[in-house]
Design a protein around this ligand. Structure first.
Ligand code: MHF
Ligand code: KIV
Ligand code: MG
Length: 263
């Protein structure tokens, strides 16, 4: 049986962790499926790792549709999540139309960056049969608001706001939450505060699932990688084995280790 939201919710309830990796093409989708990776994310990080931009802002709907199509052709068993790019969901109407385009080419759900302000959009999407993942914490499409890729939710007020926002989007009908670069203890609190699965990156081991950019986890990066990155190709003799090692590390909670998180 292919991995679905039902599978992921059951895993959260059992306390079983699941693994997600970004994926942008067919052969990687096939290889991740063979390795037992539960979820694939067609991330707008493709603007950085595939296209060479210094942010995700230039990525278009056309780019996301193309890569989602490529991944969907190679996918057989994984849950397929697609990012909605910058300014494709500024109004609920834009969000519905653009999410539909991603679902038509094979996405099983779409991911939007934001918080409580997305509640109306999320509920309209849910009503139309489009499951949403709300990406909170460090939301890279707001890099120019933050003034850099900085850890979020560090003050007690900011942490409380994250927890509040998580409850609001859950209530609105969100299917998943993704937390990026928030203190480990705050991510644990968010994960315990909602019954929908929470996926983390730089958010510690207590989230229900983990995600990494595929290039990062294979040791492909220019300069110093972010703190949460681990090279899973080390000690393996194939890319498929690196994916297997990552899935195993997530399930046994040996990744992320304390040093991959923020305090
Ligand atoms: N290759 C790649 N990997 C990613 O994880 C990723 C992308 N690209 N592109 C889109 C966003 C940008 N992301 C980033 C980029 C940099 C940091 C970073 O350098 N963070 C600092 C924390 C700084 C602080 O302490 O506030 C770190 O040390 O990890 C984090 C997330 C995550 N996403
Ligand atoms: C880093 C992950 C969470 C993402 O949104 C992306 O790859 O675009
Ligand atoms: Mg993204």
């Amino acid at each position: 049986m292919p991995v679905s939201l039902t599978t992921l919710r059951a895993m959260k309830q059992r306390g079983e962790k699941f693994a997600m990796i970004t994926c942008y093409d067919t052969i990687f989708a096939q290889t991740m499926n063979a390795a037992g990776v539960e979820c694939l994310l067609v991330g707008d990080s493709l603007g950085m790792v595939l296209q060479g931009h210094d942010s995700t802002l230039p990525v278009t709907m056309q780019d996301m549709i193309y890569h989602t199509q490529c991944v969907a052709r190679g996918n057989s068993n994984a849950f397929l999540l697609a990012d909605m790019p910058f300014m494709s969901y500024g109004t609920p109407n834009d969000a519905l139309e653009n999410a539909a385009a991603l679902m038509r080419v094979g996405a099983h759900a779409v991911k939007l960056e934001g918080g409580a302000w997305l509640a109306d959009t999320v509920s309209q999407m849910a009503r139309c049969g489009i499951p949403c993942c709300v990406h909170m914490g460090l939301t890279p499409q707001s890099v120019h608001v933050f003034g850099g890729y900085k850890v979020q939710g560090k003050t007690p007020d900011a942490a409380a706001k994250l927890i509040e926002d998580a409850k609001i989007v859950e209530q609105a009908g969100a299917a998943l939450i993704l937390l990026e670069c928030v203190p480990t203890a705050v991510a644990a609190q968010v994960t315990a505060s909602v019954s929908i699965p929470v996926i983390g990156i730089g958010a510690g081991k207590d989230c229900d699932g983990q995600v990494l950019v595929v290039h990062d986890m294979l040791g492909l990066h220019q300069g110093k990688p972010a703190r949460f990155v681990k090279n899973f190709l080390v000690g393996q003799t194939s890319i498929q084995d690196a994916f297997v090692a990552y899935v195993q590390a997530v399930k046994t909670q040996s990744y992320p280790a304390p040093e991959h998180g923020f305090n």
